[in-house]
Design a protein around this ligand. Structure first.
Ligand code: NAG
Length: 210
């Protein structure tokens, strides 16, 4: 193999590995309708993850939060934090990414974002589509990318402004789940205050461990 072939093989293997933690199926990515008149400032702030499609980059993670804020250049800073499965002490693991509105000139503005994380060697950009949100309580987020020409890998997250969703918000979320997601692949995220407590004074999303 020459260098180019080696790199190509590594990229494809990496993609398959990345995809193996997501929901992989045959077909191209669906063109789902997303939330429109997207109000980025209202979407910023702290979100708790309630359910997700299991992800390679967060396998076993609990007490997951996502915090969105504005960067100086107008892009959105993405700060993901979780308690890894094997963390005995409540030590958390974080990742910072950057998101931009995918089609900023569209009117009405669609809730489609391109999110970039620094992976080990290459930047990984993923699409992040908000299927539904009321900004104050819940958000249902979905992403998809093609793997080769015949497969797709989907991600999904149910987010909440509080560690638990109210029954009313849960009912709204369920409509999006029923329409667009595969519920059997949605795993619940532990958000129990006792399990999720932390001794890191910088973490304000959870109470201090006693
Ligand atoms: C976001 O990604 C899409 C491809 O998925 C691309 O067409 C679009 O130009 C990107 N938007 C920005 C602002 O980079």
């Amino acid at each position: 193999m020459n260098t180019v072939q080696l790199i190509a093989t590594a990229v494809v293997l990496g993609l398959v590995q990345l995809a193996s933690g997501q929901v992989v199926s045959t077909g191209t990515c669906q063109d789902y309708p997303v939330h429109v008149n997207f109000d980025v400032p209202r979407y910023l702030g702290l979100w708790y993850e309630i359910r997700r499609y299991e992800q390679a980059f967060q396998i076993g993670g609990e007490c997951v939060t996502a915090e969105y804020s504005l960067n100086a250049d107008g892009s959105v800073r993405v700060f993901n934090s979780m308690r890894p499965r094997d963390s005995a002490t409540g030590t958390r693991q974080s990742d910072t990414g950057r998101a931009v509105v995918a089609f900023p000139d569209e009117s009405p503005l669609e809730a489609k974002l391109n999110v970039t994380f620094d992976a080990t060697a290459v930047d990984v950009t993923a699409n992040y589509w908000v299927l539904g949100t009321d900004y104050d309580n819940f958000a249902v987020v979905w992403g998809c990318f093609g793997v080769g020409t015949t497969l797709r890998a989907e991600s999904a997250w149910v987010l909440s402004r509080t560690p638990q969703l109210s029954a009313a918000s849960e009912a709204q979320v369920q409509q999006f789940v029923d329409q667009f997601l595969d519920e059997s692949n949605l795993r619940p995220t532990i958000q129990d205050a006792q399990f999720c407590c932390t001794n890191d004074p910088e973490v304000t999303a959870y109470p201090q461990c006693s």
